[in-house]
Design a protein around this ligand. Structure first.
Ligand code: SF4
Length: 338
């Protein structure tokens, strides 16, 4: 557990050298049209995102679909090339790494994908899927060592040795996600991006997979970026939570502080929809008007001003709010909250 936060550049109160530093990350996707396929617009998927993560920490990243959270995760690993901004891992620039350096970095930074049905090659056995990275990174010198490592990984994620020779279609969604986790762990990474890793699973299975991820974190000192669209999913696993809206981080804070004392109107609205287990506690539901605007043409000023219940004309629709401190490690991008 650790605590860190970040504005557009400086950040972490507790970690002098964060494991991961993301600085002003931008990703625009060109949209092409016409016979000549000229660029006719740009999807502003990630619009200046910054944060630090300390070793052993879990940062939850939350927001509605299309807010840029998965793109942020993929840009960090350079599965997608960022348009601008910098990412450092253990003080080394990921964004400026050569292909060879990236291959080496891939041992330290892994990803678990959302869809356990689509992310596993149906033609490969589970052993081959998990062992692929062992071969790429030359981590198993002999066939015996290779098989022993696969069995070890299967057992680590709650599966068994005889699953090695089976195919993905023979497993349930939860079991497939365990295979995805074993595949990510094969190279002994330090950072794992869990990209909506439990979103496609039933609630009871979600809890099992989250418990497994927590156990693995303490066993292997893992650091997680845990991406989800639902605040209730990240609550228990996260040390800190970053809330994203239309490509920007609008609030970032230690998890208990964010849930007890949300400061951004968007976070307040998201939280108001999270059920409270105690029936005696009532939370007033904040219903946002309208839909999330298109990232092709995000609104000027504060991206949230078209839906914000307290937006101020002449300010919120003109000036972009920057993340500012509102409490220990608690930062909010809102003109009206301090
Ligand atoms: Fe609402 Fe304005 Fe704050 Fe944006 S800056 S969240 S529009 S009050």
């Amino acid at each position: 557990m650790a605590a860190v936060a970040s504005p557009a550049s400086s950040l972490s109160p507790s970690a002098a050298t964060p494991l991961l530093k993301v600085d002003n990350l931008v990703k625009h996707f060109p949209v092409r049209g016409g016979i000549l396929q000229r660029e006719v617009g740009r999807v502003h998927a990630v619009d200046g995102v910054s944060f630090d993560i300390a070793a052993g920490e879990t940062l939850g990243v939350v927001g509605e679909s299309g807010c840029g959270k998965s793109t942020t995760g993929r840009c960090i690993l350079r599965l997608i090339e960022p348009t601008a901004g910098e990412v450092w891992f253990e003080g080394k620039s990921v964004t400026r790494s050569s292909k060879e350096e990236l291959r080496a970095l891939a041992r330290d930074m892994q990803i678990i994908f959302q869809d356990p049905y689509a992310s596993l090659n149906p033609r490969m056995t589970v052993g081959a899927i998990i062992g692929e990275a062992l071969i790429i990174h030359k981590l198993a010198p002999t066939k015996e060592a290779f098989e022993a490592r696969i069995v070890d990984l299967l057992e680590t994620v709650g599966l068994s040795a005889d699953h090695m020779k089976r195919y993905p279609h023979e497993f349930s969604g939860g079991q497939r996600q365990r295979i995805g986790i074993a595949r990510a762990l094969a190279v002994s990474p330090k950072l794992v991006v869990c990209d909506e890793a439990v979103s496609a699973l039933d609630v009871s299975i979600q809890a099992q997979v989250i418990n497994l991820l927590e156990d693995l974190q303490s066993k292997f000192q893992l650091t997680y970026i845990f991406i989800a669209h639902d605040l209730s999913v990240v609550e228990h696993i996260s040390d800190r939570v970053a809330v994203m809206y239309l490509g920007r981080v609008v609030e970032i804070a230690p998890a208990n502080d964010l849930y007890a004392n949300p400061r951004h109107p968007y976070t307040e609205a998201l939280l108001s929809a999270v059920p409270i287990p105690d029936p005696t506690v009532k939370r007033q539901r904040v219903r946002l008007q309208g839909d999330v605007p298109s990232p092709l043409k995000p609104p000027p000023g504060c991206h949230f001003h078209t839906r914000c219940p307290i937006a101020q004309k002449g300010l919120c629709d003109k000036e972009r709010p920057v993340l500012k401190d509102v409490g220990p490690a608690h930062r909010v991008a809102c003109h009206l909250r301090s």
